[in-house]
Ligand binder design. Structure first.
Ligand SMILES: [Zn+2]
Length: 255
């Protein structure tokens, strides 16, 4: 296997291999905005959290909490419902996602990161900023960081927020058994077809599956919509599913 060069390139968002380096099309704005952390450091909250919420990409929202101002240390600060408006809906999802300290201060019982590590106002960005193939290249370039972060920390439960993120995670961490199953059902397709066309079909109608992280760790993933598109019923359904999986893996939300 070719050696990945994703580590050690500081604040640049560039992956690929030595022979074939990739550069994220958002790397220019990353340098312009003078990000205070590397893509590998982009994990909000405690990376050792059992639960990881993985979204699509960070959003600029023009306040002092904007991602690029934050360094590796402030990223690790406990996430509170006030850290970013994104986290507010998770309050009504499940109490298992939050803990209270002795002063009654609420903080997240999860870590958060995204498939793409470079912030934009929305993703994919408008065509005036990136063309469609460039937006795809952003995902291809940023994805190895997410893979490396998951392998490094091995969460016990992943909540994938948004279809694209869920598809990329299943595509990356699908077990050979599941791949073989798809191949058997669809005799005319090859492995590369699976990657391109069939993951979406495979996960249609499912709300969870398991990911094979680093070949030994089977980690459940629950598929979720972007929380901004949910309502209180769907939030609680997600919460019930999270609580059920946590019960199955015998995880306890200890103070
Ligand atoms: Zn990037």
């Amino acid at each position: 296997m070719k050696k990945k060069i994703i580590n050690g390139l500081g604040k640049y968002c560039t992956a690929g291999t030595k022979e074939k380096p990739l550069v994220c099309p958002l790397n220019g704005q990353r340098q312009q905005n003078n990000y205070q952390h590397t893509p590998m450091q982009y994990i909000e909250g405690d990376p050792k959290s059992a639960i990881w919420i993985v979204g699509l990409n960070p959003k600029f929202n023009n306040n002092n909490n904007d991602l690029h101002f934050r360094n590796s240390q402030s990223l690790k600060n406990p996430l509170t419902p006030n850290t970013h408006p994104y986290f507010k809906p998770f309050l009504r999802v499940s109490g298992e996602l939050w803990k209270k300290d002795i002063n009654g201060i609420l903080s997240a019982n999860f870590a958060h990161t995204d498939l793409v590590c470079c912030a934009t106002e929305k993703f994919p960005p408008p065509p005036s900023l990136l063309t469609k193939p460039e937006a795809e290249l952003v995902i291809e370039n940023c994805k190895p960081y997410l893979i490396a972060k998951l392998k490094q920390n091995i969460p016990k439960l992943i909540i994938g927020a948004g279809k694209r993120t869920c598809i990329e995670l299943v595509k990356t961490f699908m077990s050979e058994k599941d791949k073989t199953g798809i191949l058997l059902q669809n005799k005319n397709i090859t492995n590369s077809h699976i990657e391109k066309y069939h993951i979406e079909k495979y996960i249609e109608g499912m709300t969870q599956t398991t990911l094979l992280i680093d070949e030994k760790f089977e980690v459940p993933i629950i598929f979720s919509v972007h929380l901004s598109q949910s309502n209180y019923w769907s939030d609680r359904r997600l919460g019930r599913e999270i609580e059920q999986v946590l019960g199955e893996i015998n995880y306890q939300n200890l103070p």
